[in-house]
Design a protein around this ligand. Structure first.
Ligand code: FHN
Length: 436
């Protein structure tokens, strides 16, 4: 009898620990190889675009907030971006050094940039009548840029979704979430089978009608459509910033800031080049220095940067934004080896510097020139063989009481980010993080 009780107790203990173990890790099933390939890319283009650009206000959020609902929901009848050129957009991304491109196929306003069979509120019912998603997918293939799709889970336009506006908290009794989720599945089937996206960028998971169970249902549904499509962490109900037990999705998505360094969980910061996600005339735009340091700090944290632009209502990318992206591309032509396919660290990023590494090379992204020499803690177990600027002269160095002391020239070779290389005697990729 006692034996039986002990056995039952053991079984309960085992099953509960299994249950806890199940909940301790994010809900994600994608190959390590695919995620490593994604993280090697380091830099992508985010594009927020739709009929709202005719008003120059924020996509989704300005509906009933600055733009009346009837005005907003009828803009599509006038949306005719005759200068839209998918090749030009994709070449702009390529020339910026971006390796993937993510388009808002459907944002919270419910408008669809592809000829969906499941909603009339789509690009084919505008004067433009062209499949924007399909054109971008084709152009990305042509220019070897990975094509990715943004898709919102909240939809303030579709009456089957219970909330019809930002700020609504009383669900519409005539709504039907089960029908809405089926609508989502129908559209996601169109998007995945017709355009084969490399990655799906979900958003809008914070409202009450969306549950963790919906997120897992959609994640499982997508896995059946494409076992290797990368899915961000905005299907679950957990925080965007980091991966947690509440996460459903393959990587974390900190927003409008550089994420915290993380050498185990993949992450990507999405940040606007200007201040608004969608086109805004005269919007303030980040400087080249801000853009480069944001990219270097993201890579220094072992993450990717998804940099957002908002094309104009006529379909062109504003020239000053395109010029900024070209400048980033020029910088990456010189210093890309210190960003692409690197790991973050081993020195923790801060306002003075960030560090990346690949093989036996540690890249120091120097943002501020110290008054005297640059002093860094010695890298445990490794020895510096050579030190030099990635594009220039040797850098004299010495080791003094566990401190690496590097003599810097009066003028750094690049005022935005002077990349210094420490060639080590061994592979530096698994060195533990070092606090300076
Ligand atoms: O509400 C959206 C916002 O419009 C934009 O799409 C960003 C991009 O990450 N996501 C949501 C805000 O977190």
């Amino acid at each position: 009898m006692i034996k039986q009780i002990q056995l039952i107790g053991l079984l309960i203990l085992l099953s509960s620990s299994l249950l806890i173990a199940q909940q301790e890790v994010p809900y994600s099933s994608i190959s390590k190889k695919t995620m490593e390939g994604f993280m090697d890319k380091r830099f992508g283009m985010f594009i927020h675009w739709g009929p709202v650009t005719l008003r120059g206000t924020e996509i989704g959020w300005s509906r009933n907030h600055g733009v009346s609902q009837s005005d907003y929901d009828n803009l599509y009848k006038k949306f005719d971006p005759v200068s839209f050129d998918a090749d030009a957009w994709v070449k702009t991304a390529r020339d910026a050094g971006m390796k993937y491109l993510t388009i808002t196929a459907k944002h919270h306003d419910g408008f669809c940039l592809w000829p969906t069979a499941y909603s009339d509120y789509n690009i084919m019912n505008t004067p433009f009548k062209k499949d924007v998603v399909g054109a971008l997918a084709k152009a990305c293939k042509k220019y070897k840029i990975k094509f990715c799709i943004y898709y919102t889970v909240l939809d303030w336009y579709d009456r089957r979704y219970p909330l019809h506006n930002d700020g609504n908290t009383v669900p519409d009794p005539k709504a039907d979430m089960q029908q809405f989720v089926q609508y989502m599945k129908n559209q996601l089937t169109e998007l995945v089978t017709n355009y084969h996206p490399y990655m799906l960028w979900f958003d809008g998971n914070w409202e009450a009608p969306w549950t963790a169970a919906h997120g897992r249902d959609i994640y499982d549904f997508l896995r059946k459509l494409d076992p290797e499509v990368i899915i961000n962490n905005r299907l679950g109900k957990g925080t965007h910033e980091v991966m947690s037990a509440a996460t459903t999705g393959d990587y974390a998505t900190p927003e409008q800031k550089v994420g915290g360094i993380n050498m185990t969980d993949p992450w990507e910061s999405c940040i606007t080049l200007c201040t608004q996600w969608a086109w805004k005339p005269g919007d303030a735009m980040k400087s080249l220095q801000q853009c480069i340091r944001t990219l270097a700090s993201t890579a220094g944290g072992n993450g990717n940067l998804l940099l957002n632009i908002g094309p104009m209502p006529d379909g062109r990318i504003e020239e000053r934004q395109a010029a900024r992206l070209r400048e980033m591309g020029s910088w990456l032509k010189k210093y890309g080896a210190s960003v692409y396919s690197t790991k973050g660290g081993p020195f923790l990023p801060d306002s003075v510097l960030a560090a990346t590494r690949k093989g036996n090379k540690i890249y120091i992204h120097l943002f501020q020139k110290p008054a005297g020499p640059l002093k860094l803690p010695a890298v445990p177990g490794l020895r510096v063989k050579k030190a030099y600027f990635l594009q220039g002269d040797k850098v004299p160095f010495r080791l003094e009481q566990e401190q690496l002391i590097l003599s810097l020239p009066q003028q750094l070779p690049d005022e935005n980010d002077a990349v210094l290389v420490l060639e080590m005697d061994k592979n530096a990729e698994s060195v533990p993080l070092i606090r300076k």
